[in-house]
Design a protein around this ligand. Sequence first.
Ligand code: C2E
Ligand code: MG
Ligand code: MG
Ligand code: MG
Length: 284
Amino acid sequence: RQKRTSQNRTLVYQPDLQTRASSRLLLENELRDALKNKELSLHYQPIISMQNGSLLGFEALCRWEHKERGQISPIEFIPLAEESGLIVPLGHWALREACTSLKNWIEKYPHFSNLIMNVNVSSLQLLQDNFATSVNEILLNAGIKGSQLKLEITETTLIENAELVRDVLLDLKTLDISLAIDDFGTGYSSLSYLNQFPIDTLKIDKSFVNHMNSSEDSYKIIHVISTLAHTLGMTLVAEGIEEEEQMTALQKLGCHTGQGYLFSKPLANDAAEEYIRKEGPPLV
Ligand code: C2E
Ligand code: MG
Ligand code: MG
Ligand code: MG
């Protein structure tokens, strides 16, 4: 038996799936309302130079404080937003919000005018008509330069729509925007692929960092990714650094930029600003 939803998607009804499907639908509707009612926020995780400990920028990460259920993880609601198409307005909002925050911080702390804001972008969002134009509008409205924005995409995004995505990424590059591959090493992009896209940065997935001092394989994979980045002239960021030993090992492998609980958890807007204030003038 099948049932049409209002979005014209077809759900196959099986008794055991029925409750799951309806609770998904409920959550999806609540997410739509949350976006409308501004119940979503962004937290900002510092990105740090492991050469001198200085602050290089932030990654904007979406948060949903649900009225009854409390914090819902983006690992749960981003896929839901992607499946329902809500990721398009959500992602647009996140970009605007992140750029506005960065602008405010730079105005208060002008010596941080080189801070870079990283924003995650989903495939569906990137493949919207005129994505680059709408990003440019956001930059102009917020009053920040393209060089202050880095967009994070996944290997899957690159591969699934290679031709189209390549064109969009080239348009973004003409705006001086940097591009990073997120969760690098967990997808299945071939090496020959990498060179066909204008990528500036590889972000080593936190699963490798997590195991690098207990699993020789993880360590070796990071070693290979590091060599790859250096060979292709890309910068390298490690995510999910929690321990001093991980930092030391990463430094030895030539990875000089990092992000993780060792340095800071993602911070609410005011706490991120406080982080900048405490950081003081950048080292020269
Ligand atoms: P991501 O882009 O790979 O973000 C890094 C994730 O690692 C974040 O999870 C961050 O809080 C977490 N993390 C950072 N340092 C550590 C650490 O030391 N230890 C551990 N265990 N975790 C650490 P978060 O905030 O739960 O976000 C999960 C994912 O949701 C993100 O992974 C990203 O793929 C997606 N996401 C979040 N916000 C957005 C958004 O605005 N748009 C899109 N398209 N995706 C988003
Ligand atoms: Mg990311
Ligand atoms: Mg990541
Ligand atoms: Mg991830």
